[in-house]
Design a protein around this ligand. Structure first.
Ligand code: ZN
Ligand code: FE
Ligand code: FE
Ligand code: ZN
Length: 271
């Protein structure tokens, strides 16, 4: 894979309590793979104790220090600073506050929590998916549209997340995808192809080809990210992700710096 013309902007750290590998370790691995640019996007802090899979607000300085340490140790690598932010309807003001707390290069908008109050991707709720695929997908995609329309984020994460455990509704899924694409087009949003799905039960990139093709036709910018929670996952599945983007007609991917999007050519998939 030609990592030198790609970026990986969705990388976690041990501060979220379910990832291994500190920024210096990811940076070292990135250089070994040939990346010139990566970015960290750990799960955002919340104002109070909220759940057990994110840094606390008191730990935010440690996160900033850990990224600064990697930048200082590996000046030859461009390292962007980001956060993966849970979008919660009604809690937009918290994201605005977070946005002013550091010199972020990007904020990623994610929907893990459904408004019904549970995490659609959490293994402890796997049993809920079986009989309830349709309402779960409706709720997820409605929230996803709100996340896009909030305008708080530089791009949105892992579309299609509810397929993680392999449950998908019957029929043509464009009924879920089209409103999200319309929201992205209207709000000038961008999305990621996230390779973590390849490592989950669904064994598929997030999102599906259909979503990517609709997005390309609507002129929506795409980024390619691994969602690495361990050093070995950095850049994982990028061959497949590049092939997916190319098959949908994309020729460029997005770069982000200080919350501004620019573009770089997408490499040819390696044979
Ligand atoms: Zn995570
Ligand atoms: Fe996520
Ligand atoms: Fe993530
Ligand atoms: Zn994620």
């Amino acid at each position: 894979m030609l990592f030198d013309s790609l970026t990986d902007y969705h990388i976690h750290t041990p501060l979220c309590a379910h990832a291994t590998g500190w920024p210096v370790e990811f940076a070292e691995r990135a250089l070994q793979l040939g990346f010139k640019e990566i970015g960290f996007a750990d799960h955002n802090p919340m104002p109070d104790y909220f759940d057990d899979w994110r840094m606390s607000l008191a730990e935010l300085p440690r996160y900033l220090d850990a990224v600064a340490e990697a930048r200082a140790k590996f000046p030859q690598l461009t390292i962007r600073l980001g956060l993966e932010c849970d979008y919660l309807p009604g809690k937009e003001a918290w994201i605005e506050k977070l946005a002013s707390m550091a010199e972020w290069d990007f904020l990623i908008g994610s929907v893990h929590y459904l408004p019904e109050g549970w995490e659609v991707d959490h293994p402890k709720y796997i049993g809920r998916h079986a009989g309830e695929v349709e309402p779960i997908w409706e709720s997820y995609w409605k929230t996803y549209g709100q996340c896009i329309r909030s305008g708080l984020f530089d791009f949105v994460a892992h579309p299609d997340l509810p397929k993680k455990f392999g449950y998908r509704p019957e029929g043509d899924l464009r009924r879920f995808y089209e409103p999200a694409i319309a929201a992205l087009a209207e709000c000038k949003g961008a999305f990621e192809i996230n390779t973590a799905g390849m490592r989950k039960e669904c064994r598929e990139l997030y999102p599906s080809f259909q979503f990517v093709e609709l997005a390309r036709k609507a002129g929506i910018p795409v980024l390619i990210n691994s969602d690495a929670h361990a050093v070995e996952e950095l850049g994982a599945g990028f061959d497949q992700a590049v092939a997916l983007a190319r098959s949908a007609g994309y020729t460029e991917t997005g770069r982000v710096h200080r919350r501004k999007l620019s573009f770089a050519p997408l490499p040819e998939p390696s044979k």
